[in-house]
Each structure stands twice: as C-alpha cells, then as structure tokens.
Ligand binder design. Sequence first.
Ligand code: DC
Length: 245
Amino acid sequence: MGAEKGMGLRQGSRRKSAGIVIPVDGPAGSGKSTAAKGIAERLGFDYLESGALYRAVGYRVLKKNREGDFESLAVDAARDLRFECRKEGSEWRNVLDGEDVTGALRDEAISDMASRVSAISGVRAALLDFQRNFGRERGAVIDGRDIGTVVFPEARLKFFLDADIEVRIQRRFAELEARGVSFHPDRLREDLKRRDERDRHRASAPLRKAEDAVEIDTSGMGVDRVIEVMVENIRSVYGEVIEDA
Ligand code: DC
C-alpha cells in the first residue's frame, strides 16, 4: 500500500501504531473519503476505501458478463480480490488486478452495482478478511459503512460522518461534473436516495452509526475543518503514539 509513511509518527513509535485502526463510516456524500484520506496523510497511516472494494466487485461482475445467478457471480467476484489504494503524487489511485480503475469505479452504473453486491452476505464475508488483515498489519484509516460496527467494532475511536441529503447530492454532482460526466440532478437525487435506502435497510451489516462513534455533521463544514476536528479527537485518544497530528 502506498500511503507515505513517517509524516506524523515518531520513528520509535511506528510499531505502536501498527494495530491502530480508525473507522470512518457514513453515507455517500458525507465527505468521509476525503476526510479519511486527509487524516491518513496527516498521521502517516495507510488508507483503505472499503467502498471501492464493493465497487471493484461490481466492476468485476459487469466486466465478466458471465451467465449464472447474480448472487453466485458476485460472491465469486469478491474472492481473491487483488486490490490496492495507492498514493501517486497527491492522488489516491485504485488498482484492481493490476489495472488502474480509479475513474471507472466512480461511474453511476458501478455505484449501483456496488450497492447491489454489498447487500449479499457472501460478498461481505469474502471482503471481511481482506479488510481485517489490512487493518491489523499497519496503522490504518478505513472508510465505509460498517467499519465501526462490524469490521473493527473494537476500535478505540471511530467516526460517523453525515450531512444533509441536499448537500450530499450537491457534492456528488460536483464530483461527477469535475470528471466531465453529465448527469441530471433529479436522477442523481433518485439514485442516491435509492442506494441510501438499500444501504440502511439491508439485512447484512446495514449502514448505521456505532453507539460509541464520534458523529460529525459535515453539512456546513469545509473539509479542512472536518479533518481538524477528527485529528483533535485522534490526538486525545492516541496522543501517546501520534506526535505531530
Ligand atoms: O462509499 P461508496 O459509495 O464508494 O460505497 C459503494 C457501495 O458499497 C455503497 O452502496 C455501500 C457499499 N459499502 C458497504 O456496504 N460497506 C462498506 N464498508 C463500504 C461500502
């Protein structure tokens, strides 16, 4: 994994940080990925965007276009995932099976497919080990929907980010626009609401705030402020291993 090391940790304390995992959960457009990347950089931690794992599974399903029932295709696609979040310059790239799929994974078709495959318990089970091993081996910030509730429920500090639905739609719209993708705002609104519904009400690991998570409403906040608040919290819990956060 490619997070630049040594930015926030004392040399001698790096080993201590190995077991620290900071879950950052929330719905689409809550700003969790941007904030999670920001704190990973500040702390010199590795970063995993778990949503991209589900997107990668969706991508594999669409790409293979094989016959068979959807569920077993999806579970198959979730096995032996070769996936990395790699830092290149100032950008994080998603690499799947050796291919840079960063842009492709953000397509709306993949967003929908990711939400569908993520409701399948066999897919979730297949991705659980991947996420846990990732976190166990190094200091890591992991963002997603169930990182604080299911993947790392024992984490000492976890965050739940949320924002007003209209703000979340605007953010997603701006993100697509920046990539030159045109999308009608009404359709985006419908898609986001549908995915929200599915993520929150599925039987397997639905999106919800862990009881002990620090909740941040990012609606009226700039990303720098969000990162600042998170780093303050991290410092108060893990101050002993994080020198420069
Ligand atoms: O964060 P995202 O929009 O890239 O996530 C894509 C989909 O994957 C989304 O519908 C929810 C799902 N997901 C999940 O079920 N569990 C996670 N830990 C992360 C994402």
